[in-house]
Every structure is written in C-alpha cells, then in structure tokens.
Write a new protein. Structure first.
Length: 119
C-alpha cells in the first residue's frame, strides 16, 4: 500500500492551491485520511482529517480557509487551500489510517509536497 501526494507549489499570499493524495495497493480499508504539515524548525502538525463517515476536523489556524474532501471510489483525499498565508509555508504530508489485511495502522504516509507562500 502506497500513498502518492501531489499539488504543491509556489503561490502568492491570498492565492489558492489544491493538494491530492491517492492510496494504491490492494486489500485495504480507509478509516480516515488527513494532511499534516511541517515547517522548518517546527514539529509536524495536523492540518485536517476526514474519516470514513465524512466527518472532518481542522487545525484552528486553517479553519475557514482550507477544506478537506474525499473520493472513496478513487481512494483519494484532497485539500483545497484558499487565502494562503506565508505561515502556511511547509512540507505537507498525506496520512492514512488504514486496515490492511485485517491489521489497522495510522502510520501510512505519503511523500511530502512543498507549499511555499511568498510574494
């Protein structure tokens, strides 16, 4: 099972970006998926998460600006980011809570994708 993330880049303050992450492999069940980010010199932090029922949770700093969504048929999760601020600059990581072969783990990570907000 692998997670493949995409969609980062350089954007001006106030701009928008959309991150995507898809799970590939076989015999897995998605319990929840989310996005974390890590800025230089800081710890990795939760940005947003969506569970199998569609319930979402956001970090306070992004609430109202970011929206997480999913496409169950594609085993994918998206993060629409609007009104981006310089402090949103970080490497963004996709995370999945999966049950694979009957074993549940939340330690599935995609490769990071850089988001840089700068004028």
């Amino acid at each position: 099972v692998q997670l493949q993330a995409s969609g980062g880049g350089l954007v001006q303050p106030g701009g928008s970006l959309r991150l995507s992450c898809a799970v590939s492999g076989s015999m897995f069940v998605i319990n929840a998926m989310g996005w974390y980010r890590q800025a230089p010199g800081k710890q990795r932090e939760l940005v947003a998460v969506i569970n199998s029922g569609g319930s979402t949770n956001y970090a306070y700093s992004v609430e109202g600006r970011f929206a997480i969504s999913r496409d169950s048929a594609k085993a994918a999760v998206y993060l629409q980011m609007k009104n981006l601020k310089p402090e949103d600059t970080a490497v963004y990581y996709c995370n999945a809570d999966l049950t694979v072969g009957g074993v549940r783990s939340y330690k599935y990570w995609g490769q990071g994708t850089q988001v840089t907000v700068s004028s």
